[in-house]
Write a protein that binds this ligand. Structure first.
Ligand code: ATP
Length: 314
């Protein structure tokens, strides 16, 4: 692994580019954290950086946020170079960091006042209310649960209505309801034209939330594309499970393109490289045996399976 496996061409060329990363390289002493990566994010897109611990996701985000200076490469955030023009950059981007830099004694309300005054906008009490934080407005940051702290961090990141929102592990530590609410808010912002770049370990989240992802491994991008494209191009096989009245498929199965065959919980289970040929022949075989079909399930490989395939060390 090491070279970009596949760059899909599903970018809509009519939509302007919001973020451009070209040959970004960042080292910490001898360690190459980001090794010459390139990707483009279009306006209104939700783009995910996926990768195992230490892949270089946070370093990439921090370079785009102007918090770290790249060793080489070119970065462009809506026409602004993040390292050279921090004040213009700060108007354009909103950042939810992995760990908020808020003082532990600061209250929710004061944090909102502070951030909004920094950006020159009125405090967004409506956002505190939308995220269930209004009832905690007098609470100190260190009195909030992890989930509430992360909700506050997101609220502060979007309070000045940035054109680009950068989220690092946005739903880490959130319960299911807060996670769903955050997904809804991020999708709504994207629908309104906000560009979202997020780093996550959560494959289900990436599959549900993002328009495209780049999978990073040891500082390099090993695959880029929509979750659907990435899973469709997997070497992994598709699982087909069949249940019929007399289970004739359990006996002597000779189907095209089937690589493995087993039985599980009353289902004949096959893994196939050609879904259409296999499903057609299953139906034909059951028909010929006079064995009525009860259930047939086709399961595509998940992004998680694809991710493991791409990032597993040989
Ligand atoms: P995680 O998912 O664990 O947050 P990541 O993909 O975000 O990981 P980075 O945090 O960018 O990865 O780290 C990339 C590599 O750079 C790792 O090996 C990490 O240990 C190293 N690294 C990150 N920050 C520093 C630093 N300030 N000084 C030295 N090495 C660092």
């Amino acid at each position: 692994m090491g070279e970009t496996e596949r760059i899909t061409t599903d970018l809509d060329d009519h939509i302007p580019v919001a973020l451009e990363v070209s040959n970004l390289r960042k080292t910490y002493a001898d360690l190459v954290a980001v090794d010459g990566i390139s990707f483009t994010v279009r306006r209104g897109e939700i783009f995910g950086l996926l990768g195992p611990n230490g892949a270089g996701k946070t370093t990439t985000l921090e370079c785009l946020e102007g918090l770290r200076r790249a060793d080489a490469g070119r970065l462009d955030v809506l026409g602004v170079d993040p390292t050279n023009d921090p004040s213009r950059l700060n108007k354009l981007i909103g950042v939810q960091l992995q760990a908020s830099g808020l003082p532990s004694t600061m209250s929710c309300a004061d944090a909102m006042r502070f951030f909004c005054s920094y950006h020159g906008v009125e405090p967004r009490w409506d956002l505190l209310e939308a995220f269930g934080l209004l009832e905690h407005e007098a609470n100190r940051y260190d009195e909030l649960s992890t989930g509430l702290q992360r909700r506050l961090a997101l609220t502060l990141a979007i309070a000045h209505e940035p054109q680009v929102l950068i989220l690092d592990e946005p739903t880490a530590g959130l319960d299911v309801a807060s996670r769903t609410e955050l997904h809804r808010v991020v999708r709504e912002l994207s629908d309104q034209g906000t560009t979202v770049l997020l780093a996550t370990h959560d494959m289900a989240e990436a599959e549900r939330m993002t328009d495209r992802v780049a999978i990073m491994l040891r500082g390099q991008i090993v695959a880029t594309g929509s979750p659907r494209d990435l899973t469709a191009t997997a070497d992994g096989l598709t699982k087909v499970s069949v249940r019929s009245e007399r289970n004739t498929l359990f006996d002597d199965l000779d189907l095209p393109a089937v690589v493995q065959h087993s039985a599980s919980d009353g289902y004949a289970v096959v893994f196939t490289a050609d879904i259409a040929a296999t499903v057609t022949s299953i139906i034909d075989a059951l028909d010929a045996a006079g064995d009525p079909l009860i259930d047939l399930r086709v399961e595509r490989p998940s992004l998680e399976e694809r991710f493991l395939e791409l990032t597993s060390v040989p």
